[in-house]
Design a protein around this ligand. Structure first.
Ligand code: PLP
Length: 445
């Protein structure tokens, strides 16, 4: 063993003295190897929606280990992925009645893109291949998912490897320049999709992907529901599939089980990950509409085939864990998440008129703070003096873990902080998170 760590992990400066070692975790707390208890106000990366102690999982895991370790979904099935698919499709909106399992959020979105392409090909529209995304969005780190993503920080250095897919503006009311009521602004912003489809040629566009409520790049930004109604209309008119990326927003994060329920609009494909297993195992899925799956009907000899999959898709152990986790997202848990989100926003009230806080927004238990150098013009701080990382550090000194964003504003690194505690966080911890963040912002200002 050399003097440098063997683990290859080079995010944000790499593993080093500032990476704490977490020995154990419980409820909303991470416990370091030297006994320090840190409140996890970000649920890891907005993953641990049920906290770090989900009751009953030990039995689920040991029972499953005794049954079957692995099978390839290409040739076999098993009660665990079958049950999970039933649970998900029963609770998903509209006719999203089949689940395609993979392992990560990026893979779920990659699968959605290829499925959209295959669907159009089956229907004789072989030229429909491009995916329209939105600037600032994040859909994953793999090359296809990054191509649809508009997070310029994460695209930087890899542009030459990415698909040249188009992007439209994000649903970012704080920085919209459209005139009119919130509803009119939302419709105007959505119509950028129509303009882009026409410019590119509808015969080349397979799908549009969006996070219903934006994640880490512009945390908690979301439009008036007229936005997604207009998106749905445009997608239908131009035969473009609408993919809702709910990797971060799914499983109660923004209030309802799925964020699209906030807008009462049903996408053609809805991707889930993160909270699906609440962090206990890597598993994700693309939930697919009847209209799409009908093109790939295995009982029809003339039906299409979707030759795509990953080795660990629907792994029985992962599926058993996710099935147990999904059953925990009761109405009560979702309600608690909404209440704690409201309470957390209230604790941030002292920052509402603070000179460096441009916006405080939230959806359920996802809160976004946006820092600006000038509240009047909304000019962000220069990237090298970005406030979010300093607020993050000050909050950590008070034993509260938050999530600094990595988005960008007009090409300038975004200056956001996301708070996304477990839905089950205690009221006492919410107060502690609020106190730490308010103190941190006041200290760095
Ligand atoms: N989509 C969204 C909205 C995300 O927030 C993320 C990850 O943060 C992803 C996709 C990618 O998921 P994964 O990191 O599991 O590949």
């Amino acid at each position: 063993m050399g003097s440098t760590p063997s683990i290859f992990y080079k995010w944000g400066g790499g593993i080093g003295p500032d990476h704490l070692t977490i020995d154990t975790a419980h409820d909303e707390f991470l416990v370091t190897d030297d006994g320090r208890e840190i409140i996890d106000a970000a649920s890891g990366a907005a993953v641990v929606n049920l906290g770090h102690s989900v009751p009953g999982l030990e039995d689920v895991v040991s029972d499953q280990l005794a049954d079957v370790s692995y099978l390839s979904l290409s040739h076999f099935t098993n009660e665990e992925p079958e049950r999970l698919a039933d649970q998900l499709t029963e609770r998903a909106p509209g006719d999203l009645n089949s689940a395609f399992f993979v392992t990560s959020g990026s893979e779920a979105n990659e699968s959605a893109f290829k499925l959209a392409r295959a669907y159009h090909r089956e229907r004789g529209n072989d030229r429909k291949h491009k995916v329209i995304g939105r600037w600032q969005a994040y859909h994953g780190a793999t090359l296809g998912a990054l191509s649809a993503s508009g997070n310029t920080t994460r695209r930087d250095g890899y542009e030459s490897q990415l698909q040249g897919w188009p992007h439209i503006s994000p649903a970012y009311p704080y920085r919209w320049e459209h005139d009119g009521t919130p509803e009119e602004q939302a419709v105007a912003a959505a119509q950028e999709l129509e303009t882009t489809i026409k410019q590119e040629g509808a015969e080349t566009i397979a799908a549009f992907i969006a996070e219903p409520v934006s994640g880490a790049s512009i945390p908690a930004a979301h439009p008036h529901s007229a936005y997604f109604e207009e998106i749905r209309r445009i997608c239908d008119e131009y035969d473009v599939l609408f993919i809702a990326d709910e990797i971060m927003t799914g499983f109660g994060r923004t209030g309802p089980l799925f964020a699209m329920e906030r807008f009462d609009v049903v996408p053609d494909i809805l991707t889930v990950g993160k909270g699906l297993s609440a962090g206990y195992t890597p598993i994700s899925a693309a939930l697919v509409s009847d209209e799409i799956s009908a093109e790939f009907d295995a009982s029809d000899p003339a039906g299409g085939s979707f030759d795509h999959g990953h080795t660990f898709a629907g792994n029985p152990l992962s599926a058993a864990i996710a099935s147990h986790v999904v059953a925990q997202y009761s109405d009560d848990v979702l309600e608690t998440g909404r209440e704690r989100g409201e309470q957390l926003v209230d604790t941030l009230e002292p920052l509402r008129d603070h000179p460096i806080v441009g916006d405080i927004r939230h959806a359920g238990a996802m809160i976004g703070l946006e820092f600006v150098a000038d509240r009047e013009t909304k000019r962000p701080f220069d990237p090298d003096v970005a406030v979010n990382k300093r607020v993050y550090e000050r909050a950590m000194e008070q034993d509260v873990y938050t999530y600094p964003g990595s988005g960008s504003v007009d090409g300038v690194a975004g200056d956001h902080l996301m708070l996304a505690p477990p839905l089950t966080v205690s009221e006492e911890s919410v107060e502690a998170i609020g106190d730490a963040v308010v103190t941190a912002v006041e200290d760095v200002a």
